[in-house]
Write a protein that binds this ligand. Sequence first.
Ligand code: HPA
Length: 246
Amino acid sequence: MSDLLAIIGGTGLTALATLQITRKEMVSTPYGEPSGPLTHGVLAGHDVVFLARHGYGHTIPPHQVNYRANLWALRHIGVERVIAVAAVGGITARMAPGLLVFPDQIVDYTYGRHHTLFEGDLSHVTHIDFTWPYDETLRQSLIEGARSAGIAAIESGTYAATQGPRLETAAEICRLERDGCDIVGMTGMPEAALARELGLAYACCAVVSNWAAGRGEGEITMEQIEQTLIGGMEQVRQLLGVVIPT
Ligand code: HPA
């Protein structure tokens, strides 16, 4: 069994400086083109594959990412585990900017995205179990990796997946909190569900880049988000260096 691991990089992680790149692979899929070529390389002594979710120049907005092509392409080349890195806003008080969060639940508020591979020419209708949307073994690897590296991380939480690309209103964030959500991002779905449909072990390493709308002072700016992500992604790089060898 190959046990090949992929990292999907989000905003702030369009490249992995610690990855020794060996080759780039273009994969065509029945669903169209992935966000870019799959980058093969060696990280912490292990073969990994990297894919920048928004494209290598960060040009694809969250609602236009071809999630089906990305996940299908990874599965096609033999990937079995996926660590999805994603910038999020912090809703609840403990989700402070700069922290890493390993969510264990999702609420999906997205719409109009191609969200399943199980449509079209079906021999039978398939409903995947999605009670626990993330792979617990991979999630535990992230948790243990952060503990052993002394990286401040929150070990559970509910991820609200919103449509974007605009940020939320303050009232929408109040509603997400009433729904039980802790963090908010725009790319968590349908990515997690498609991974499950393909039988991929998938876990999310979220980086809190800002207080969600109405939870901090003043306007949320891209500059502020990008600035916070610099430190956050440094922690992600450190964490991957610990988790990948396990
Ligand atoms: N809302 C939605 N997505 C995000 C945010 C946010 O506040 N920050 C980073 N991604």
